[in-house]
Design a protein around this ligand. Structure first.
Ligand SMILES: Cc1ncc(COP(=O)(O)O)c(C=O)c1O
Length: 431
């Protein structure tokens, strides 16, 4: 492939912004791609090379890129102003739709990004319980705020023993003292969780978790794990906060909360809620949410920005009216099964993880329950296959932790092409 334009743009970008990107997660080293445009499930880079893509902006694009019905609503709404520091009917309708779709969502506030939603949820939990400790699981990512950016990714040895894990800051610049406010544990380890609750339970404001390890290979919760988290939270008076930023409006209209029939106290949303427009939310039990405004701060200049609100309005309306997630699930299942068969036929040890709308596979390992296991998988081989796929016009992420995301625009024919490219890529790598 001739990447002259990519190389030239990368040089310009490096001159004006660190790593040549506006988020560390978009940096692929010398292979960092630069995008021209996208439509449906296809993306074109600045050199005009076309890809069927499975990154979908790290999950937000649930309907497809440049989805006409959503974009038209946004365009018509922004012609009447984008920001007012005043509340309008459209945002109330978005909140009404959310409450209608999500069981147990009694009261909700909007935000602009997942990081913001989880940051506010931490504040609310601490204010409501009068406690300061937050318990989170290794490999779960809840955004870039200093409270939660702990043990997102580290080599297994750095985490220490599962009986007494070491919390690892996800960045320089996070005050070491904040580590005193966080307890980290391996996901899916019920014994470690029960022990930690026995020790710290009465000081814990909230247990934060993604329903699955959506930022580390999409490993699912083992049966009973989320229920255990819920029951121990109730027992010790800690809040159970489910971070649905990746799963919300993707695996079920009611999110993982409805999918698993569990009852977290608070939930956070973003991503698929707006098909790419900047919108997020946090909400749950009314008695908890109602401390906002009574000595508890939450807000922001852009929390009801019109593009985000209109994007969410149109996306949620479509999700409510059409069997969109069921369709994605059907196609995703076929894709997952196809990849699984190809890896098996090639004799590559692997395990498939996740939901059809958001899945991954780990190589060189038969079972992964949490990041400690996943760290032992063959990431280099995963990346070699991904690199072969790019040559064949298919783009999963080049970070093995990041799941493959499907959208409503991925048609059966796209799945067929993807499977063909995958078969060829695995063959090339095996050679
Ligand atoms: C589960 C989860 N929570 C929070 C976030 C942070 O969201 P944002 O990138 O919108 O700040 C992410 C982002 O990937 C996420 O996956």
């Amino acid at each position: 492939m001739n990447k002259a334009k990519t190389i030239a743009l990368r040089e310009r970008a490096l001159a004006v912004t660190p790593l040549g990107v506006n988020s560390n997660f978009r940096y692929w080293g010398a292979e960092t791609p630069y995008v021209k445009k996208a439509k449906g499930c296809r993306l074109w880079d600045v050199d005009g090379d076309e890809f069927i893509e499975y990154r979908m902006a790290f999950g937000p694009i649930i309907l497809g890129h440049a989805y006409d019905e959503v974009d038209q609503k946004v365009i018509s709404e922004i012609k009447e102003g984008v920001l007012f520091a005043m509340t309008g009917e459209l945002e109330i309708e978005v909140e009404e739709m959310m409450i209608d779709m999500i069981p147990g969502l009694e009261s909700v506030r909007l935000a602009c990004s997942g990081t913001e939603a989880t940051m506010h949820a931490v504040r609310i939990a601490r204010a409501y319980t009068g406690r300061e400790l937050i318990l989170k699981f290794e490999g779960n990512y809840h955004g870039l705020n200093d409270h939660l950016l702990w043990s997102t990714y580290a080599p297994a040895e750095a985490y220490g023993n599962a009986r007494s894990p070491i919390a690892i800051a996800g960045s320089s610049g996070i005050p070491e003292s904040m580590g005193n406010l966080v307890v980290t544990l391996p996901f899916n380890d019920s014994e470690a969780f029960e022990r930690a609750m026995y020790v710290y339970g009465n000081s814990i404001a909230a247990v934060f978790t993604e329903p699955c390890q959506g930022n580390c290979g999409a490993m699912l919760p083992e049966p009973g794990f989320l229920e255990l988290v819920q029951s121990k939270c109730r027992e010790y008076g800690a809040l159970f906060i489910l971070d649905e930023v990746k799963t919300g409006f993707r695996i079920h209209n009611g999110g993982a909360r409805a999918y698993y029939k569990i009852k977290p106290d608070l939930m956070t949303y973003a991503k698929a809620m707006g098909n790419g427009y900047p919108i997020a939310a946090l909400g749950g039990r009314r008695d908890i949410m109602e401390i906002i405004g009574h000595g508890v701060s939450q807000g922001g200049t852009y929390t009801n920005n019109k593009p985000g609100v209109a994007g969410a309005w149109a996306t949620l309306k479509l999700l409510k009216e059409k069997p969109i997630l069921k369709t994605i699930e059907k196609r995703g299942k076929r894709l997952m099964q196809g990849l699984d068969e190809i890896l098996t036929e090639a004799g590559l040890v692997h395990c498939m993880n996740g939901y059809p709308a958001m899945f991954s596979y780990a190589l060189g390992i038969e079972r992964t329950r949490n990041q400690r296991d996943w760290n032992q998988s063959d990431k280099a081989l995963y990346l070699e296959i991904a690199a072969e796929m790019y040559k064949r016009g298919v783009m999963p992420d080049n970070d093995a932790r990041e799941p493959w995301f499907l959208s409503y625009s991925h048609q059966d024919a796209d799945i067929d092409k993807t499977l063909e490219a995958f078969r060829e890529s695995v063959k090339a790598v095996k050679k």
